[in-house]
Write a protein that binds this ligand. Structure first.
Ligand code: 4AD
Ligand code: MG
Length: 429
C-alpha cells in the first residue's frame, strides 16, 4: 500500500510503500540507510544486506541524490529517527534517476543558490521558510474573513500611478502605457462604499533600484481598507492583525521555526497594544542618539534600525511630513505640515512591515495634492469621484508579506521568503 510519510503513525507494523526523492544515502557493508522526502515529511529507510537479494542491495547502493525512489517495507516506531518512524526496507525501486545534483550538503554562495532556486526550494531551510509563508498567508485570509472583510481582487495592469512615479514598471498596452500595480489601494478605496470593510491581497510591483535585504521588485501585499476608521482605529486594527499572524505562526509552525533555529522569545510578546511615537519625536530621539537626520526627511533603513534598538515590540511611527509620503494621505488638522499616517516597524532589525494612513477625503485638498505632485489628473478622475459621491472618512494599510515572514522566521534577506524572487538583477529562474 502506498502511503504518505506524514501518515506513517497509522501504519506501524504494516508493509507500506513510500515514494520520494532521495536526500541522502549512507552505509556500506551490512546496513544501508536511505533518507527520502515525499513532500509531507522525511523518512529514513534501513536496509539489511542479509535480508535482501543482491539486486535490491545494488539498487540502493546506486541511488543518487534527488532520484525518485519507491521504498517498500515495514513501518517501525523509532524515537531517534527524524519524524519518529523508520522503514525496514525490503524492496527498492528506482522510479527515475537523477544526474549529479548541483546542490550538495556543503556551503554554496547565495548567487549560486538563487541560480538554482528551482532546486533550492527542496532543501529543509527553504521548505521551512515557505511553509511559514503559506501559514502567514492563510492566517491573513482567516483574520479578514473572521472580521467581516470582503476580498476584492484589484487589477495588476493599471492606468494611474498608485504610489510613486519613481518606481514604476511601464508596459505597452495596445499603443498606450500601462503600469504594473504598485498597490491595490485606490481600488479597495472604491470598494469601501460597497462593502464597508474590504481587502486585497496580491502581487505588487516596484522598479526598486536598490539591492537591499528588504527590497524585491515583485512582492505580495495585503491591503485592508475600512470605512469610518480614522488613523487611530487603523493602528488598532494593525496591531490586532499583526499579533494574530504572529500567534498563528507560533502555534502552527513550531517544527519549521525549530528547523530555522528561530529564537521565538520576542515573538511571544507580540500582543496589542504596540508602542507609538510621532515622527517628530522619532526625529528628536534619533538626533539625541547621534543621527544627522533633519525634520522632513523620510526615515531610512538605518534610522529605523537605530530607533528599534530601543524597542522589543513593533513600534508605530505616525504622522510623517507630507513631502515624505504619498499624495492620498489626509492632512493632519492639528499640524498641516504632517499627514495622518503610520509606519509599523518590526523589531530585531526588520524595519517597516506596514505603511498605512487615513485617506484624504476632501475633494479640493486631494485635487491640489495631485497637482502638487505633478500627477496626471485625468488618470485620477475616477478616484476623485469617490470624493464627489458621498465622501467618507476611511483608512487602510498595506502589509508586506515577505518582510513580515522574514521577521517571523528570523531570516536575514526577504528573497528567501518568496518562492521565486524577482530582484533588480534577477528574472531567472
Ligand atoms: O508603504 P507602502 O509603499 O504602502 C502602500 O503601498 C500603501 N498603498 C498601502 C496602503 O495603505 N494600502 O508599502 C506597504 C508595505 C511596506 O511596509 C513593506 O512591508 C512592503 O509593502 N514593501 C515592500 N516589500 C518588499 N519589497 C519592496 N520593494 C517593498 N515596498 C514595499
Ligand atoms: Mg512605506
Amino acid at each position: 500500500m502506498m502511503v504518505e510519510i506524514r501518515q506513517l503513525g497509522e501504519h506501524v507494523g504494516e508493509q507500506v510503500t513510500i515514494c520520494g526523492w532521495v536526500e541522502a544515502t549512507r552505509g556500506h557493508g551490512k546496513v544501508a540507510f536511505t533518507v527520502v522526502r515525499d513532500g509531507t515529511g522525511v523518512l529514513q529507510g534501513v536496509l539489511l544486506k542479509a535480508g535482501v537479494d543482491d539486486a535490491t542491495w545494488e539498487a540502493q547502493q546506486s541511488l543518487t541524490q534527488e532520484s525518485l525512489v519507491a521504498l517498500t517495507g515495514e513501518v517501525k516506531e523509532d524515537a531517534r529517527a527524524p519524524g519518529g518512524y523508520e522503514l525496514g526496507v525490503t524492496s527498492v525501486e528506482l522510479l527515475s534517476g537523477a544526474d549529479e545534483y548541483p546542490i550538495q550538503p556543503k556551503e554554496h554562495g547565495v548567487d549560486f543558490l538563487l541560480d538554482h532556486r528551482h532546486l533550492w526550494l527542496r532543501s529543509s531551510m527553504q521548505r521551512a521558510g515557505l511553509r511559514v509563508r503559506a501559514e502567514v498567508e492563510q492566517s491573513i485570509h482567516d483574520f479578514m474573513y473572521n472580521n467581516d472583510f470582503v476580498r476584492i481582487d484589484t487589477p495588476i495592469l493599471t492606468g494611474a500611478i498608485g504610489e510613486h512615479a519613481g518606481t514604476l514598471f511601464e508596459t505597452d498596452y495596445f499603443g498606450d502605457s500601462a503600469y504594473m500595480a504598485q498597490t491595490g489601494q485606490l481600488y479597495v478605496e472604491a470598494a469601501c462604499p460597497a462593502f464597508r470593510r474590504v481587502y486585497c491581497f496580491g502581487p505588487t510591483f516596484r522598479a526598486e533600484k536598490s539591492k537591499t535585504r528588504r527590497h524585491l521588485t515583485e512582492f505580495w501585499m495585503v491591503e485592508p481598507e475600512v470605512a469610518f476608521a480614522d488613523s487611530n482605529a487603523n493602528m488598532e486594527l494593525q496591531e490586532q492583525f499583526v499579533s494574530y499572524i504572529v500567534e498563528r505562526a507560533l502555534e502552527r509552525c513550531q517544527e519549521e521555526l525549530k528547523v530555522l533555529e528561530r529564537d521565538t522569545a520576542l515573538l511571544e510578546q507580540v500582543k496589542p497594544p504596540f508602542p507609538r511615537m510621532s515622527y517628530t519625536r522619532a526625529v528628536e530621539r534619533l538626533q539625541e542618539l547621534g543621527s544627522d537626520i533633519e525634520w522632513g526627511r523620510d526615515l531610512g533603513a538605518a534610522d529605523e534600525a537605530m530607533l528599534m534598538e530601543e524597542h522589543d515590540l513593533p513600534l508605530f511611527v505616525h504622522d510623517y511630513p507630507k513631502e515624505a509620503k504619498a499624495f492620498y494621505m489626509k492632512e493632519n488638522p492639528d499640524d498641516p505640515r504632517t499627514v495622518l499616517c503610520d509606519d509599523l516597524l518590526a523589531p530585531e532589525g526588520y524595519g517597516e512591515i506596514i505603511g498605512g494612513s487615513q485617506r484624504e477625503d476632501d475633494l479640493n485638498l486631494l485635487e491640489s495634492r495631485i497637482r502638487e505632485e505633478g500627477l496626471p489628473e485625468e488618470a485620477y478622475a475616477w478616484y476623485l469621484d469617490l470624493r464627489r459621491y458621498g465622501t467618507f472618512p476611511h483608512s487602510g494599510f498595506g502589509l508586506g508579506v515577505e518582510r513580515t515572514v522574514a521577521w517571523i522566521t528570523g531570516r536575514h534577506h526577504i528573497r528567501e521568503l518568496i518562492p521565486f524572487p524577482r530582484l533588480m538583477n534577477r528574472l531567472y529562474p
